[in-house]
Design a protein around this ligand. Structure first.
Ligand code: ZN
Length: 134
């Protein structure tokens, strides 16, 4: 159980969970667009074609419907998608900033000899390359 929890913690912290959540949310918003395209364009179009084939009162009704594609709903879904993507982008940006702050650069373990420019140990008092006092 402890191993499982640790694994879950690593998974959550490493950002895989964030990536996955983003995928699910974006997928959901995108799905709304697809649903709207079908509902607003494909369905009326099919109704229209069926109306043409069968004739009668249904045809006139279908023709009337095709003139008023529910573009408003479709545009709404697209705007919703864009806003969702933008908000997620801002959240991820904030998370990345937070992660970068946490990962402060490690203290240097080497320095450069001022005489021969060789990389030497940070605590060295004498350069192993040129024997200069540093
Ligand atoms: Zn040196």
């Amino acid at each position: 159980m402890k191993g499982f929890l640790k694994e879950f913690k690593d998974f959550a912290i490493k950002g895989n969970m964030i990536d996955m959540s983003v995928g699910i949310v974006i997928g959901g918003a995108f799905n709304a667009i697809i649903t709207n395209i079908v509902d607003c364009i494909i369905t009326p179009l099919i109704n229209y074609l069926i109306g043409l084939l069968t004739g009668g009162a249904d045809a006139a009704q279908a023709v009337g419907k095709i003139g008023i594609f529910d573009i408003g709903t479709l545009v709404g879904a697209v705007i919703n998608f864009v806003i969702t993507a933008f908000v997620l982008f801002m959240i991820i940006k904030a998370i990345n900033k937070f992660h970068k702050k946490e990962e402060a650069p490690a203290a240097p373990t080497t320095k450069v000899c001022p005489y021969c420019k060789s990389e030497i140990h940070i605590d060295a008092t004498k350069c192993p390359y040129c024997q200069s006092e540093v």
